[in-house]
Design a protein around this ligand. Structure first.
Ligand code: A3D
Length: 315
């Protein structure tokens, strides 16, 4: 038996495939690519393709495709992309009816076979789906997170870098709140190598960038007919890597709030430290009054869709 770490990817679609490719190239562990029985062969085919790629690229990782939860048993990390993505014209919240039963079935599998894993949820509507996964598995809040803030911040950082004509490497920004159109780009924490972005970019340009960030996912759905997958996968792998390598990274992540920022029994994006024990710390940073008001608006939307989930009985 391998002593390498084990990473179970639940959903072998667009994001699942890219997750597998990235985890393999980074040699983060052995990879299980899981999908529903109707797509078992598809998952096996993708896994085989990626294993053959190891011989060209040169990485050691065993990659298995399956529809049997037993193959996921004992995973150190579980990343959940099971569910349908948006089509043009749809909001993330439109996906809840289809994705809620899917998340509930995934939660049952995680609870039975991967009870010690660090679980990262990507399926939309993100904040409500990660809420349900935690509720249904009963896992501690240190080990269940939602990926959205790293991706939303990446989009914000790209647009800022292009506008200021500087390297993407020097732009640091943070997007908090729910993964919806009222997410909160925190300008007070946005710098270009320590210089406040507000010093280098005019206010009206910043407003346009914030607006584009908020609809950044929809812009891609409109262009491609389905949702983004390269950057979402990279963002989740950054979180998985922080856990597996105990990096103690400060990453905006959707976590279960129990009074932090004044919110309770809600998953929403806030800055956290991710290390070998999972979510090691939730940071309560100072926000301006404007940012607090935007966070309250975002929390209200997240609460609405979370209430739908809470009030939907199991089928
Ligand atoms: P897609 O390529 O359709 O893959 C999803 C896979 O999930 C398919 O292969 C399905 O067969 C599989 N699946 C369905 N039900 C189950 C189940 N019960 N168990 C295991 N697998 C199942 O979609 P995608 O990979 O492009 O997107 C996946 C999800 O991520 C969607 O809900 C997207 O909306 C969401 N997404 C979130 C972000 C965030 O930033 C949070 C970004 C992009 C996409």
């Amino acid at each position: 038996m391998s002593t390498r770490k084990k990473i179970a990817l639940i959903g072998a679609g667009n994001i699942g495939g890219e997750l597998a490719a990235l985890c393999a190239r980074k040699e983060l562990g052995d990879i299980v690519l899981f999908d529903i029985p109707a797509k078992s062969d598809f998952a096996k085919g993708k896994a085989l393709d990626l294993e053959q790629n190891s011989s060209v690229i040169g990485y050691d990782a065993k990659i298995t495709g399956t529809s049997d939860w037993k193959d996921c048993a004992g995973a150190d990390v579980v990343i959940v992309t099971a569910g349908i993505p948006r089509k043009p014209g749809q909001s993330r919240d439109d996906l809840v009816a289809t994705n809620l039963p899917i998340i509930r079935s995934v939660a049952a599998g995680v609870k039975e076979h991967c009870p010690d894993a660090f679980v990262i949820v990507i399926s939309n509507p993100l904040d409500a789906m990660v809420y349900e996964l935690k509720r249904a598995t009963g896992l501690p809040r240190e080990r269940v997170v939602g990926m959205a803030g790293v991706l939303d911040s990446a989009r914000f950082q790209l647009f800022l870098a292009r506008e200021a004509n500087v390297s993407i490497k020097d732009v640091r920004a943070m997007v908090l709140g729910g993964h919806g159109d009222d997410m909160v780009p925190v300008l007070s924490a946005t710098t270009i190598n320590g210089v406040a972005a507000t010093e280098l970019i005019a206010r009206e340009k910043l407003d346009a960038i914030i607006a584009r960030t908020r609809t950044g996912g929809g812009e891609i759905v409109k262009l491609m007919g389905t949702s983004a997958y390269y950057a979402p996968a990279s963002a989740a792998v950054a979180m998985a890597e922080a856990f597996l390598l105990d990096q103690k990274r400060l990453l905006p992540s959707a976590v279960y709030l129990d009074g932090e920022y004044g919110y309770k029994d809600l998953f929403m994006g806030v800055p956290v430290i991710i290390g070998g024990r999972g979510v090691e710390k939730i940071l309560e940073i100072k926000l301006t009054d404007d940012e607090k008001a935007m966070l309250a608006k975002s929390a209200k939307s997240v609460q609405g869709i979370t209430d739908v989930v809470k009030n939907t009985p199991a089928a």
